[in-house]
Design a protein around this ligand. Structure first.
Ligand code: F0G
Length: 434
């Protein structure tokens, strides 16, 4: 079956050609997903093929996304793909973080090692490939920072004009700096992420701009490779848990789709459980799952210092809910203080990440304490963004000036304040000794 766009609403199920410029179902407004029959090769052949591609010099074969192209066969021609060397991110054992959370072992799949420093690159190479295939010359996104950094990079590399919309004052500086440096026209809008997304959808239609938010189903295809690569790194042995932060819920949608497709293709023999962690102040999906029935009720004024996931109306919630049920998964929330401490613990492992990523470790500790995750469970947490994305948060943490959005001081257990010293060897030696 050639690739098609399929409405995700089971009751609708409409299908459209893969080359149609649509983001939601024109019939019912539901989310779209890319649908195809699974790979035609046996699992053992695929495993060998993917491994052997790493040894090639071709950027397409070395890419940690396009290496797995049999799992995302929506293009007819790969010659126009723009790769910046995305994916190929490490799976890092972190004994210190495991101990802190009460686990025997814990591994981090660190997506911050991507070219623009976040997991968005896995999806963006696919979204931009589709934009090029459709002949679109302009691309846009609204972002809490990482999508815009990634889109700006890939658009620049592909020669596309990029328009970035970000909430004024609420994105980390490292991310804004990236969009500017990669040359995207950047608009700071006095509204929150959810309000700007509605605005940008209208503008994209009106101005013929291709929308590269995670509502774009081709981005989701690329993000599937995070899990595919993770399974390959584990020799196709799924963990019991995959823990990830939840914001707009694109990753939850992508991970679940990847896992179901890997199972159907015989590449894994069982599904891990997804554990999605949200910040307490921006937890509409947690509220939905607790309530047990839909639709999702948006949080009108989401608040968290983990600005990447400061989202009150996550667009991919129907897909995320489906994947949560398919994997017998769960959702948890964590406080600002829990995120801050977990982040510092990840730093002390020599690994580091941005605040949103640290929700994973904070969530694991909470689920471990509640007896939901067992001490000997096999757990992988996905760190979504690089430590340097948000240096301001780090500086405030280590100098003891980090406050919650409502102004309460956060206790900084692992603060590591820089010490001002005179240029005097004796005084410094005394300080070190003392
Ligand atoms: N972690 C980081 C570092 C992110 O940037 C995001 C989302 C998430 C987690 C949440 O992932 O949306 O798939 O649930 N950032 C988006 C952006 C919204 O605009 O960069 P999700």
């Amino acid at each position: 079956m050639p690739a098609e766009l399929a409405c995700f609403q089971a009751a609708c199920g409409a299908r459209f050609p893969i080359t149609e410029v649509i983001y939601t179902c024109p019939r019912c407004g539901g989310l779209l997903e890319v649908a195809y029959s699974g790979p035609s090769m046996p699992a053992s052949t695929l495993r060998q093929l993917w491994r052997s591609r790493r040894l090639n010099e071709s950027l397409l074969d070395r890419s940690g996304v396009w290496r797995y192209r049999e799992m995302l066969p929506f293009l007819d021609d790969y010659s126009t793909v723009v790769s910046l060397g995305e994916g190929n991110t490490p799976l890092l054992e972190a004994p210190g973080a495991a101990r802190w959370a009460g686990l025997d072992r814990l591994a981090f799949k660190h997506q911050g090692f991507n070219p623009s420093g976040s997991f968005k690159d896995n999806g963006m190479t696919c979204g931009v490939a589709q934009a090029l295939r459709l002949g679109m010359r302009r691309v846009a996104c609204v972002s809490t920072g990482n999508t815009s950094a990634s889109m700006a990079a890939y658009a620049a590399a592909a020669g596309l004009e990029a328009f970035v919309f970000v909430p004024q004052g609420n994105i980390a500086f490292g991310k804004l700096a990236q969009a500017l440096e990669y040359g995207a026209r950047t608009f700071q809008v006095e509204a929150n992420f959810d309000q700007i997304l509605a605005l940008v959808r209208t503008l994209a239609d009106r101005l013929g701009i291709y929308l590269l938010n995670s509502v774009n189903p081709f981005r989701i295809e690329g993000q599937k490779t995070i899990v595919i690569e993770m399974m390959e790194q584990r020799d196709w042995n799924p963990p019991e848990w995959i823990v990830l932060p939840g914001g707009n819920l694109g990753n939850a949608a992508a991970f679940g789709k990847a896992l179901r497709e890997l199972l159907a293709a015989g590449l894994i023999s069982r599904l891990p459980r997804l554990a999605i962690i949200q910040a307490e102040g921006a937890a509409p999906f947690y509220n939905l799952v607790r309530r047990g029935h839909g639709p999702l009720e948006p949080v009108s004024n989401p608040e968290t210092l983990a600005t990447a996931i400061r989202i009150g109306d996550p667009v991919s919630w129907p897909k995320a809910l489906h994947e949560l049920r398919a994997t017998n998964g769960l959702v948890e929330t964590v406080s600002e203080a829990e995120i801050a401490t977990a982040k510092a613990v990840i730093g002390r492992c020599g690994i580091g990440c941005e605040p949103a990523s640290a929700t994973t470790l904070a969530g694991i500790r909470k689920l471990r304490a509640a007896g939901i995750i067992g001490a000997s469970d096999d757990v992988v947490a996905v760190l979504t963004g690089h430590l340097l994305k948000d240096p301001d948060y780090i500086y405030r943490y280590h100098t003891g000036s980090l406050c919650t959005p409502s102004g309460q001081a956060i206790q900084t257990v692992y603060a590591n304040k820089p010490v001002a010293v005179p240029c005097d060897a004796d005084r410094i030696a005394a300080l070190i000794a003392g």
